[in-house]
Design a protein around this ligand. Structure first.
Ligand SMILES: Cc1cc2nc3c(=O)[nH]c(=O)nc-3n(C[C@H](O)[C@H](O)[C@H](O)COP(=O)(O)O)c2cc1C
Length: 700
């Protein structure tokens, strides 16, 4: 993100604040705004007048996640490869960590199979144009995910902008041989768009693919299998096309784990997420990662499906003076693995007696980044730093077999890992986490423990714990020192046994658990981080807004309405608002009482709420898109004639249906063609009048 963008963010904050504060504060803020406005016509001047070191703040979007940059680190990838004697560079562009972890796996495999030196590179760490300087004979791999509406992850934006630009000459990359793998989800309109765009642009610039690009599809849960197949194709291309020698040496750990008898650490240090340890508050522009208690939590919905629930949670941030949030922001939550699973896994691998011993973990290749803290304990690793509840891949099983306590277990695991179809069937009928897999082997072998399984194996094969993102449902105007969330718990049924439910890790522990009796005290030490979002109210409170939500998609709108109610209370004009809200029945009509009191109180004649009930005996069966369609004329008029802003929040499938209905409404209002209407929508996105905050329906 550039300094200019950041300036605009500050500006918007001030403008929002200007709309909300009371009279004296109004004047003060408006003075700031007026001063800021003077810069609007000349943002370059702002940058020149700012602190000359300010550019440093914006150099690395991913700093907080990727670790601290050493001052003399090069942003030239070719120089970095020379310095690290790397033969292969594995670039990653990732938002929530999957593409990043696949890139690290590729890096490890390159060492294991070909004895090559890989450099696993965060795309935001390097000047994109230096990719053209990578010497001939090296291999470049790209593992990248797609977000928003076919957009790159934050850390890949600069690279994607460059590779799509005219700056890249027709044969600028002709000496580069590459392979590409995308992480995406077919439920989204722009399925795997980023990797497709990157592939097109690399090809246009003359780069030579050594194999077809792979496309992981999260919607069908096939990313892992597709990745493994693509990886095998990559390795054969490495042998046949690049002449690499395959040494396939079995498992080689990427880290060394030793006990440190001198170190002493308290719980806060042990449980702090890696991102909080590596982020340097001096140069990171990211919000702080902090530990806060959940002060309140109560159930706010009930469903016919008793495994579902929804909770309202309030995190207290009174003691966190540096923590600020804005209406529409997200909160990242670092989950804690269930205590029972942690203890059983520790026992299973023979670490229960030494679980609290301080360990020092070091990468065997000094250029490889660690994915867990370097000083830790086995307990901290299993409870906070590794996703021990993640599904186990077929590939992991193949490697795990080498450490099996008995020959029978070993051959059973090898058989399981060899056949894709039988493993898919096994997965469809079993919730396979590492612990469950180890327990499964015990069924045939009695209580044999897996004492030979090295901790390095678990660090290498279990994904690093990643935070889950929730929309904040409170407004800082009403609750400056509290952050509330609306958390839905909807366990995923096993494909082959729909009565077996897999609970989402974070949502179920946050909301009280559906099958686990969690220790309340754990809720007092949750790590969180505010993540800014562009899902923001219009600067002027008089602008009409259309909000469309389903389920917990209502969260940011609760905050929006609190803001606008405040504006109305202090006597400012508030534009008309309509909220379309999809729920099953009155039982999950979230925040109904609050909405009613706003409608009849500060937002009287300003707010219309249109529920759509999909399973209510008292109402016609309807989804939220049907209600938008029923009011198509009003929606079209508001958007076109009155310059309303529209917001859609909820599942991606719902957003797609709503988008279609809204575009039809605008088309009918204007008489435009569908192409013209879509062009108008894209303009609205640019001018921040069309906002979507959507997610795929996988459990968090
Ligand atoms: C808010 C959101 C938007 C997404 N948009 C798209 C999209 O437009 N196209 C697509 O193929 N996948 C989309 N996805 C799916 C992600 O690409 C997928 O979850 C991927 O595995 C994430 O990889 P990462 O963890 O490396 O970021 C989206 C996911 C989320 C949460």
């Amino acid at each position: 993100m550039s300094a200019v963008t950041s300036f605009w963010q500050v500006f918007y904050t001030k403008m929002e604040a200007a709309a909300l504060e009371t009279t004296i504060a109004d004047c003060l803020v408006l003075v700031i705004v007026a001063t800021a406005s003077a810069y609007l016509y000349n943002p370059g001047k702002l940058i020149r007048q700012a602190d000359p070191t300010i550019a440093k703040l914006f150099e690395r979007p991913q700093l907080g996640l990727a670790g601290v940059r050493r001052v003399n680190d090069s942003r030239n990838i070719a120089e970095k490869m020379e310095e690290t004697e790397a033969d292969v560079v594995v670039f990653w562009g990732s938002q929530s960590g999957l593409a990043e972890s696949l890139a690290h796996r590729l890096g490890r495999e390159m060492i294991r199979r070909f004895k090559l030196r890989p450099l696993v590179a965060d795309l935001s760490d390097y000047e994109p144009q230096t990719i053209a300087l990578i010497p001939e004979g090296k291999l470049a791999l790209f593992v990248m995910s797609t977000y928003g509406e076919g957009d790159p992850s934050d850390n890949a934006q600069e690279f994607v902008t460059w590779v799509k630009s005219r700056d890249v000459g027709a044969s600028a990359l002709k000496h580069i041989r590459y392979g590409a793998f995308g992480c995406g989800n077919r439920n989204y309109r722009f399925y795997n768009k980023v990797i497709r765009d990157v592939e097109n642009c690399l090809d246009k610039a003359g780069a030579v693919p050594i194999l077809p690009t792979g496309h992981g599809n999260e919607a069908e849960g096939t990313t892992e299998e597709v990745f493994v197949e693509w990886k095998h194709m990559l390795f054969s291309a490495c042998k046949t096309k690049l002449g690499f020698t395959d040494h396939d040496a079995g498992y080689i750990p990427s880290v060394k784990v030793v006990q440190d008898l001198t170190a002493a650490m308290d719980d806060a240090e042990l449980y702090r997420p890696l991102a909080a340890i590596t982020a340097s508050p001096m140069i990171s522009r990211k919000a702080p990662i902090f530990c806060a208690p959940i002060k309140m939590r109560h159930t706010i919905a009930s469903y016919s499906d008793k495994s579902r629930t929804c909770a309202h949670l309030v995190a207290g941030i009174a003691s966190q003076r540096r923590v600020k949030y804005r209406t529409g922001d997200h909160l990242l939550i670092w989950p804690i693995n269930p205590a029972e699973e942690v203890e059983t896994l520790l026992h299973m691998v023979g670490l229960d007696e030494t679980k609290d011993a301080i360990l020092r973990i070091a990468p065997l290749d000094e250029h490889m980044a660690l994915k867990v803290p370097s000083l830790t304990t086995a307990h901290a690793l299993f409870s906070r730093h590794l996703e021990i509840c993640a599904p186990v891949s077929r590939e992991t099983i193949a490697t795990l077999a080498a450490f099996a306590p008995t020959a029978e277990t070993q051959s059973e695991l090898i058989a399981l890992s060899r056949d894709r179809d039988s493993y898919s069937e096994f997965l469809a009928n079993n919730h396979v986490t590492l612990l469950r897999l180890l327990q499964y082997t015990q069924k045939s072998e009695g209580m044999t423990l897996w004492r030979n399984l090295p901790l390095s194996f678990m660090i290498d094969f279990l994904p690093a714990m990643k935070p889950r993102s929730y929309s904040i449902s409170s407004s800082p105007v009403q609750s400056p020192r509290e952050i509330s969330l609306s958390v839905s718990v909807k366990p995923t049924p096993l494909v082959g046994k729909p009565d077996v439910l897999i609970p989402g890790l974070t949502s179920s522990f946050l909301s009280g658990g559906i099958s686990r009796d969690e220790d309340m005290s754990r809720l007092s030490s949750i790590y969180m981080q505010v993540k800014t979002s562009s899902f923001k109210l219009p600067i002027k409170p008089a602008v009409p807004i259309i909000m469309v939500a389903a389920g917990t998609g209502i969260a940011p709108f609760r905050a929006f309405l609190q803001d606008r109610a405040h504006v109305a209370t202090v006597g400012h004009e508030v534009g008309p608002m309509i909220l379309f809200f999809g729920c099953q029945s009155e039982d999950d009509y979230l925040y109904k009482d609050e909405l009613d009191s706003l409608k009849h109180g500060p937002l009287v004649d300003r707010l219309e709420v249109v529920p759509a009930f999909s399973r209510s005996p008292d109402h016609e069966k309807m989804y939220v898109n049907h209600q938008v369609e029923a009011k198509a004329e009003q929606v079209g008029q508001w958007l076109v004639a009155q310059g309303a802003a529209i917001y859609i929040c909820g599942a991606a499938t719902m957003a797609t249906l709503v988008r279609e209905v809204v575009l039809e409404a605008v088309k009918a209002e204007t008489g435009w063609s569908m192409d013209e209407t879509e062009a108008w929508r894209l303009d609205c996105k640019k001018s921040r009048k069309w906002h979507e905050d959507v997610w795929s329906e996988t459990c968090k």
